[in-house]
Design a protein around this ligand. Structure first.
Ligand SMILES: Cc1ncc(C[n+]2csc(CCOP(=O)(O)OP(=O)(O)O)c2C)c(N)n1
Length: 296
């Protein structure tokens, strides 16, 4: 692995610290609704989003890292999750339904995929350039609309980049019990290129993807599958994986692979981010609740 760039590591740490704080706030009863953290997967949006500053991003239920890697706006996101008026969507969307121009998430599995293709079609027809980037989990390959979308994307040469965060499990169902064949094989059925990324080296990921992503812009849809590990539970207490699996996930964690603890500049970056996120938490907790909050 090449020496990781401090700025990239700091962005990954910002997401990690944010997600850890969120679980603490949840345990303290401060988070309405539910929340899904991306602990372990932070490097994926950090690696990918820098390649596509011209993309509309379609995110999913596990989308905090996607948003933070793009906008570095923990204040707006936390305020949104906690239902505050200063949240990105005035506290109406919460953790899973975030919108701002160029970014949209949804908690309805797979429902962002055809929307991403529609926006890609619109870009193509209007000749604006750019592309749609859609994040999905491996479990979402059980949603039929995904295949209808791949079919149309291939047939109409849409600038659609689908990033699959394959953490091997969908809520409590191991992918091996639900997914026949492979994700690569399914992309191939539509004549769509598939790239498998196994590893968390952000520079290597960008080098591997730069060329294929450039081809997406000219109308070659692409599926990029990341073999990754979810460090936390699906949402809060629902982790059915055995100790062996959890140990494997911990060993693959980029935080360990990058040896954050053994690198002075990384530990300083982590300290900076902890202080920053602590400040954000204090500010957000002091904000007014959203006036859109239901009173019942
Ligand atoms: C249409 C729909 N069905 C079921 C759910 C409940 N649900 C939320 S996340 C999830 C599992 C998603 O697994 P995957 O796509 O692999 O993403 P991961 O959670 O592993 O990141 C399920 C079943 C949902 N949100 N939407």
């Amino acid at each position: 692995m090449t020496a990781p760039d401090l700025r990239d590591v700091e962005r990954m740490l910002a997401i990690r610290v944010f997600e850890e704080k969120l679980l603490e706030l949840f345990a303290a009863g401060k988070v309405p609704g539910t929340t899904h953290t991306c602990l372990g997967q932070e490097y994926i949006p950090v690696a990918v989003l820098d390649l596509v500053p011209d993309a509309d991003v379609f995110s999913n239920h596990r989308g905090h890292g996607h948003y933070l890697a793009r906008y570095d706006d923990p204040r707006g996101l936390l305020a949104e999750i906690l239902g505050k008026d200063e949240g990105i969507c005035r506290g109406v969307g919460g953790s899973q339904h975030v919108y701002r121009p160029g970014f949209m998430s949804t908690g309805v599995q797979g429902s962002g995929v055809p929307v991403a293709a529609g926006v890609a079609l619109s870009r193509k027809q209007r000749g604006t350039g750019g592309l749609s980037l859609c994040f999905v989990g491996d479990g979402t390959w059980g949603e039929g609309v995904l295949y209808e979308t791949l079919n149309i994307a291939a047939l109409w040469n849409l600038p659609l980049l689908m990033v699959v965060e394959n953490n091997g499990i969908a809520q409590t169902t191991p992918s091996a019990d639900a997914l026949a064949g492979t994700i690569g094989g399914r992309a191939a059925a539509f004549g769509i290129e598939h790239i498998l990324i196994d590893g968390c080296d952000v520079d290597a990921i960008r080098s591997a993807l730069a060329g294929p992503v450039a081809r997406v812009r000219s109308g070659e849809p692409l599926v990029v599958e990341f073999r990754t590990e979810r460090l936390g539970p699906h949402s809060k207490g629902d982790d059915t994986r055995d100790a062996q699996w959890r140990a494997r996930a911990a060993a693959a964690d980029w935080y360990a692979v990058y040896d954050v603890q053994g690198n002075e500049s990384f530990t300083a970056a982590e300290r900076r981010q902890r202080e920053r996120i602590d400040r954000v938490v204090a500010e957000v907790l002091a904000m007014e609740q959203s006036r859109w909050e239901h009173s019942a």
